[in-house]
Design a protein around this ligand. Structure first.
Ligand code: GBH
Length: 475
């Protein structure tokens, strides 16, 4: 007889474990073999001071050259799948379909073949933030024509790789892309606060849905793969038990996850009502005749509704939220939603300010998604722990504790709350280029010596943790 306690620590048959990365953060070779310039190449080269340590990703982990070694490492840990992203400007240097860079195609084709030859399933993200600079020059995600450019790019990827790739993610964390249109620190850093976010998000959603429909009409019957979008969510805990704070926390959830999930997984193919109300009222108070939140046409709503084959969820941490109607700073994050964010003294943290260890928040996110959108096949496309260089070592016990406790909570959501989760991707395989935080934050299961011209890789203890976990398939 099996011990029921033992059973509750076991992952169901078919549950998949993987590890993730993204092109800009690991590949390097920024201008090699015909690759075009991306907005992150431009940002890091033109404004090196905005990167915390003045570093860039010109070489990064040099995975463009070392991909065979990477695949062997991933295999040695035992992962079922590897989630990586394609650099749009490596395939299409200017983002335009008439000019295909065959060397870029070859690179990803070789990587995919190498993975499959080693028994690792590829999961491919089309857009993890490295937009071709040329497309930015003509308006980027604020230009409605970006939907057609993205559609062309997606079709090319499906055509060239879809015989071997069965898992597709259109866009990684559209929320971050959108926020980069409102602020001055995250590419494209356009500072169109209060308008740029909503406009770019609108086109990100439509680009996703268009790519999804292309796959289903042109490729699905022959390739039999699945397509989704990867949506990030923090769990937002109310600061007090007051009604206002509880509503504020729920609002924060809607303005982050609901913003993108409601149009795709909700009943109406539209933004959450609370967003429409709050942004509509704020816009009115500013004397506008239209809301800063764009509207979908009925055709666009039906395009969006149901445009996903599974639910890609990314989760790292939690915040504490309080209701605050009087936010004076005109550029305050989330002024429209009338909340303030903080964190709890009780949460153990990393030294990275936004990253606290709150395993219960993971369970709550899975429950929230399931409660809001009905039974979903959730697939965790990113979850991980990092700290600054000086606090991370090969004996990364805190990272192991993070994964262990988060996975425990995930299993509770599956076993006790009736939620379905079918896979988990750890972020990240390597220490890599952390956007404007540069090389200082370390999120890898594998350390990379960036000073070494050969970018020597060394497994941390957490890699051994995953190896044992994947062998046991039980916590
Ligand atoms: C992931 O996003 C990214 O997908 C991945 O590329 C990245 O390497 C990983 O995070 C680790 O950073 O600076 O206080 O404004 C996770 C969600 C959203 C978390 C943005 C950090 C910045 C908070 N991220 N957030 S702050």
């Amino acid at each position: 007889m099996t011990d029921p306690k033992e059973d509750s620590r076991r992952f169901p048959d078919g549950f998949l474990f993987g590890v993730a990365s993204s092109s800009f953060q690991i590949e390097g070779a920024w201008d090699i073999d015909g690759k075009g310039e991306s907005i992150w190449d431009r940002a890091t080269h033109d404004k090196p001071k905005t990167v915390a340590d003045g570093s860039n990703a010109d070489v990064a982990c040099d995975s463009y050259h070392l991909y065979k070694e990477d695949v062997l490492l991933i295999k040695s840990i035992g992962f079922d799948f590897y989630r990586f992203s394609i650099s749009w400007p490596r395939l299409l240097p200017k983002g335009e379909i008439h000019d295909v860079n065959e060397s870029g195609i070859l690179y990803y084709s070789n990587l995919i073949d190498e993975l499959l030859a080693n028994g690792i399933e590829p999961m491919v993200t089309l857009y993890h933030w490295d937009l071709p600079q040329h497309l930015q020059d003509i308006g980027g995600w604020m230009n409605p024509l970006i939907i057609d450019y993205f559609a062309d790019y997606a079709r090319l990827a499906f055509e060239r790789f879809g015989d071997r790739v069965k898992w597709w993610i259109t866009i990684n964390e559209p929320e971050m892309v959108a926020i980069g249109h409102g602020k001055d620190w995250f590419a494209p850093a356009l500072k169109h606060f209060g308008t740029g976010e909503y406009l770019s998000a609108h086109h990100l959603l439509l680009a996703h849905a268009t790519a999804y429909r292309i796959y289903h009409t042109e490729f699905r019957s022959s390739q039999r793969g699945q397509v989704t979008i990867a949506l990030n969510m923090m769990y937002h805990w109310p600061k007090t038990e007051s009604k206002l704070d509880k509503e504020a926390a729920e609002r924060a959830m809607q303005f982050q996850m609901g913003w993108f999930a409601e149009p795709i997984y909700g009943k109406k193919g539209d933004y959450p009502k609370i967003m429409k109300d709050f942004i509509g009222q704020a816009s009115k108070a500013e004397g506008r005749i239209k809301s800063r939140l764009p509207e979908f046409t009925p055709e666009q709503s039906s395009l969006l509704k149901g445009s996903s084959d599974f639910f890609g969820l990314q989760h790292y941490t939690s915040t504490v939220v309080a209701h605050e109607p009087e936010i004076s700073d005109p550029n305050a994050t989330h002024k429209d939603l009338q909340v303030t964010y903080s964190s709890s003294q009780n949460w153990k943290g990393s030294h990275i300010p936004w990253l606290k260890i709150v395993p219960q928040g993971f369970r709550e996110c899975i429950k929230w998604v399931t409660a809001k959108y009905g039974e979903q096949n959730i697939f965790v496309t990113e979850c991980g722990y990092g700290d600054y260089e000086e606090f991370d070592s090969l004996n990364d016990d805190v990272r192991i504790e993070y994964f262990q406790t988060y996975l425990e909570e995930m299993l509770k959501a599956m076993n006790e709350d009736g939620c379905k989760v079918s896979g988990f991707a750890a972020w990240s395989i390597f220490d890599n280029f952390e956007w404007f935080d540069g090389l200082r934050p370390k999120f890898g299961l594998v350390k990379v010596d960036f000073k070494d011209p050969n970018k020597k890789r060394t497994k941390k203890k957490s890699a051994e943790y995953f190896k044992a976990l994947i062998e046991r398939r039980s916590l």
